[in-house]
Design a protein around this ligand. Structure first.
Ligand SMILES: NC(=O)C1=CN([C@@H]2O[C@H](COP(=O)(O)OP(=O)(O)OC[C@H]3O[C@@H](n4cnc5c(N)ncnc54)[C@H](OP(=O)(O)O)[C@@H]3O)[C@@H](O)[C@H]2O)[C@@H](O)CC1
Ligand SMILES: [K+]
Length: 535
């Protein structure tokens, strides 16, 4: 699904009004009704006992708050509406709804002009909920005066039951909105739920902002689909619908060769667990044949634990004879014969638990210089790349040896080591896009919302997953999955998107069954089976 900018939302709003046609007042009613239905469904029988405190700005976000107040007044116990008078420029549709709300008896209307007005507000924790309709996508500078005071007041209230309409007030929908000002943490609503209209906003996908957004739901308010189709956007939200288009169900015919043969280069002494996790995950994700290269010390462990995997043992003994330096605890560089062999694999996944020893560095360089097919580069392989950046001489910058269409999977720290620090998350987002375009590879920036940057400049954002996945080993599982999909003939884009989906959904299921605290990366591997069946 396209992620629309605030400007595009405004255009879509105008086009819908013109083409449907519908008045802007009726569109506001329709949008707010969607929010009302969500609330009705969420509270169910409790709605009648709930007291709402609805803080409304004076623009259309505030207008939504007023409509919501009117609709809720038929069901809820008590409604308090506070109009935050941060400006005299009340919108037309706000005014229209303001006139209507005055007539409703169980709605208490309070106008806020200065800090002293806030001191009179009492919000208890018992069955009291706050609705934030102060600013929507129209926010274009950091709130001040009464708007700032109100937001601080809400955040300081002990009541954390906050629902934000469209976007938490104080947060910019996207960087273009902000006139280059950075948002102020203290003056941004911390919502438990955000009910957003038509399209999620870009800022929802930055981990740094998730404490403000809480859980978000996108409400379809029927904006002009044809117009949205034509809008240019390079930001997407990864949806199950997209995954359905990618997934290729298997037919009756086919053999193990049909589903590809990959090589995983993983593990070192003390990190054979990483090798096991990536290997198991690759096998569970449908690969035809899997070979694993792991240090000699890991061979027995791997062969015992995972009989389905083949271990590439060629040249271990030969190498040991040749050079005393070769060591059984780390991944050593390959012999020429072995290097010749690796040209035949469909793909390679390299990095999980490999360490950054000199010999292992040499191995990575050999691989990058030998093959021309896309591979998956993770963890220590990324760290090795970052130790071998050369900004003066392109020919010595290892990043330039990465085969086109390969997939790099850094977490934010690895990203920073590899590509440098950025001033803000928005800048990092643009850097991510530029890098994928410049180098023509895929970058998966991992996080609780992962960003998947494609060489054509598009970025997909994934909201699949669970906080329980933030643990050692989770990334190894993902590398195994993506390598497996690449080997099966999914192209790099498909492997990346489908891989992130399988991994994220497997994590959600693990959290559901075992809790975010107790789940393990091994649980993700077991759950891949169920997730395949759900696509
Ligand atoms: N998309 C859709 O189709 C639909 C959208 N709908 C709703 O409309 C919302 C957008 O409404 P909106 O454009 O009226 O802007 P909103 O966020 O209410 O702000 C009001 C005004 O505040 C001002 N302002 C900005 N920053 C400021 C600051 N720091 N301190 C003080 N003032 C500040 C700024 O005006 P300015 O002063 O810059 O001229 C701005 O115009 C949207 O989020 C959704 O809830 C639905 O109703 C129907 C369908
Ligand atoms: K809001």
């Amino acid at each position: 699904m396209k992620i629309l900018s605030a400007n595009q939302m405004r255009q879509a709003d105008q086009e819908t009004i013109k083409n449907e046609p519908i008045s802007s007042l009726a569109l506001m009613e329709r949008a707010s009704k969607k929010a009302f239905y969500w609330i009705q469904n969420y509270f169910a029988q409790n709605l009648i006992n709930t007291e709402f405190h609805i803080f409304c700005g004076i623009g259309n976000n505030g207008g939504d708050g007023l409509v919501l107040a009117r609709l809720l007044s038929n069901f809820a116990f008590q409604i308090n509406v506070y109009v935050v008078n941060f400006s005299d420029k009340r919108s037309k549709d706000f005014e229209a709804n303001f006139e209507r709300i005055k007539e409703i008896s169980n709605v208490q209307l309070v106008e806020l002009k200065e800090k002293a007005d806030l001191e009179k507000i009492i919000i208890s924790n018992q069955n009291n909920w706050i609705i934030d309709a102060i600013f929507g996508y129209g926010l274009n500078r950091v709130p001040e005066k009464i708007a700032a005071k109100t937001i601080e007041f809400i955040n300081q209230s002990s009541n954390k039951n906050i629902i934000s309409i469209d976007i938490p007030s104080g947060l910019f929908a996207d960087e273009n909105q902000s006139k280059k000002q950075h948002f102020d943490k203290k003056i941004t609503i911390k919502a438990a739920h955000t009910l957003t209209f038509q399209s999620p906003k870009l800022s929802f996908f930055f981990d740094e902002y998730s404490e403000f957004i809480g859980n978000f739901d996108v409400l379809d308010i029927g904006l002009d689909k044809n117009f949205i189709e034509k809008l240019d956007s390079q930001n997407y939200w990864l949806t199950p619908q997209k995954i359905k288009q990618i997934y290729k169900p298997r037919t009756r015919t086919g053999h193990k060769g049909t589903f590809g043969h990959a090589l995983l280069i993983v593990g070192s002494y003390g990190k054979i667990g990483a090798a096991q996790l990536s290997t198991k995950a690759a096998l569970r994700s449908g690969i035809g044949l899997l070979s694993v290269r792991t240090p000699k010390c890991g061979v027995g462990i791997l062969q015992t634990a995972i009989p389905e995997a083949m271990v590439l043992v060629d040249d271990f003994d030969q190498e040991n004879k040749k050079s005393k330096k070769k060591n059984k605890y780390i991944l050593n560089s390959f012999s020429d014969e072995l290097l010749e062999k690796i040209k035949d694999y469909k793909t390679i996944g390299i990095g999980c638990g490999i360490g950054t020893e000199k010999q292992t560095q040499k191995l990575l360089l050999q691989i990058l210089k030998t093959i021309d097919y896309p591979i998956v580069i993770d963890a220590d392989a990324l760290n090795i790349l970052s130790q071998n950046r050369n900004y003066e001489n392109d020919k010595q910058d290892w990043l330039n040896f990465v085969p086109k269409n390969s997939i790099l999977t850094p977490h934010p720290k690895e990203f920073e080591r590899l590509f440098g620090k950025t001033f803000s998350v928005e800048k990092r987002h643009e850097l991510l896009r530029d890098l994928a375009q410049k180098h023509q590879f895929y970058i998966l920036l991992k996080g609780s919302f992962s960003a998947l940057a494609l060489p054509n400049g598009d970025i997909y954002h994934s909201s699949f997953g669970d906080i329980g996945m933030a643990t050692g080993g989770s990334g190894d599982v993902l590398t195994g999955i993506i390598t497996s999909l690449l080997a099966q003939g999914y192209n790099s884009e498909e492997s990346l998107l489908l891989g992130v989906f399988l991994h994220g959904k497997a994590g959600e299921l693990a959290a559901k069954n075992k809790s975010s605290e107790a789940m393990l990366p091994s649980d993700l591997i077991e759950n891949i089976c169920t997730i395949f069946k759900l696509i």
